[in-house]
Ligand binder design. Structure first.
Ligand SMILES: *Cc1c(COP(=O)(O)O)cnc(C)c1O
Length: 367
């Protein structure tokens, strides 16, 4: 058959192992999943309540315009209805952008390592990929600018970046946006913006309002705690949204997701609480790293990339067998690290204890 050539070598996304199968294999009663940057405290109780009360006729298609959610988001963001596009998760928006802009003959510029889906979609769509290495965990925006030419359709920035957790300062991002040519779309992946506490951060909605070649992509999967319901959205100039809309599947955002997202966005008190708890949890990990003299990136997100100086796969396996699922840095471009999602205080203490045990066993072997 006449497959696109690039599909023949492309691997599907490797999801983490199902919790039940890990339990069975290692005879564990409890598993703590700190692998996908989900909110350890779950969704806002108000979103849970809204779902319980949702009387829905499951035979009816969702509202393809997401009317009520759109209205709530317009109030919240102070944007117009035609400046928003919704997706089945932010992943879906990345796919929509890629589908709309990328094809053979075009190229796309992205940081590396960063979120896998920019590259994955670009491969499927057949565009040339220009990966610009991070500079000590940060975007090398100057080199990214240099890599842009007249055939660069899309440039991706991820701030805070997954998997390093480092953000771009407002000053640097503005200077970058000012110099990206008008005919190149900039995607600002804002998946973790709610977690950022740094003083020099920005409100990306301002950029979506001022630059006609910017789309901000956000998700309800992280701090909002409804990853299973798959809601993401993009904010951009109305001309961008209008051109993207035909690429979107008509019913890509499900009914229950729309209901939960409205309740979640209206509970900013809960978001604030989660943000604060995340910083407390982050402090636990930073203290651990300092005590054990492990290198780490000072993350502004809800995960931390810790360099054990040994095989990340080995650390991953050690933790897995003791009930903690993290991500090995090996698959993320940092082979000697693991990426750990900040959990509850208790979960953090638990995983830190096992990591300490790992280091002690390692030291005992080498002595
Ligand atoms: C988690 C994540 C996404 C995808 O979020 P979904 O809305 O669940 O698809 C996008 N970008 C980054 C950087 C992420 O970490």
């Amino acid at each position: 058959m006449q497959w696109k050539e690039q599909l023949l070598t492309l691997k599907p996304y490797q999801p983490g192992r199902p919790i039940e199968s890990v339990k069975r294999e290692y005879g564990l009663e409890n598993i703590v999943k700190l692998a996908s940057n989900e909110n350890p405290f779950g969704a806002s109780p108000k979103a849970v309540e809204a779902l319980k009360e949702a009387v829905t006729n499951f035979a009816i298609y969702p509202d393809g315009y997401a009317t009520k959610l759109r209205e709530s988001m317009c109030d919240f963001l102070k944007v117009n209805q035609n400046q928003l596009i919704f997706g089945n998760g932010a992943d879906n928006l990345i796919q929509i952008v890629s589908r709309a802009f990328l094809l053979p003959g075009k190229n796309t510029v992205m940081p590396s390592p960063s979120f896998s889906q920019y590259k994955h979609n670009a491969i499927v769509d057949g565009a040339e990929i220009r990966e610009i290495p991070l500079n000590d965990g940060e975007h090398d925006l100057e080199s990214m600018l240099k890599a842009i030419d007249e055939n660069t359709a899309v440039v991706w920035v991820c701030s805070p970046n997954n998997p390093t957790g480092l953000h771009i300062s407002k000053e640097k991002l503005v200077s970058f946006l000012d110099r990206v040519p008008d005919q190149t779309l900039v995607v600002i992946d804002d998946a973790y913006h709610d977690y950022v506490v740094a003083d020099d951060f920005y409100d990306s909605v301002d950029f979506a309002k001022t630059y006609k070649n910017v789309i901000v992509v956000r998700t309800f999967s992280k701090i909002y705690g409804i990853a299973s319901l798959r809601i993401g959205y993009g904010i951009a100039h109305e001309d961008i949204i209008r051109a993207l809309e035909p690429v979107r599947e008509p019913f890509n955002v499900n009914t229950l997701g729309q209901i939960a997202a409205i309740a979640a966005i209206n509970d900013q008190e809960y978001v604030e609480e989660c943000k604060k708890k995340n910083r407390d949890g982050m402090a636990q990990f930073e203290l651990f790293c300092k005590e054990k003299q492990l290198k780490y990136f000072p993350s502004q997100a809800n995960f931390i990339l810790i360099d054990f100086g040994t095989s990340g796969d080995e650390v991953f396996q050690y933790l897995l067998e003791r009930g903690y699922i993290v991500r090995s840095g090996n698959a993320l471009g940092f082979p000697t690290s693991v990426r750990v999602t900040v959990g509850s205080t208790e979960e953090n203490n638990g995983v830190i204890e096992v990591m300490t045990q790992y280091l002690q066993e390692k030291a005992a072997i080498s002595n």
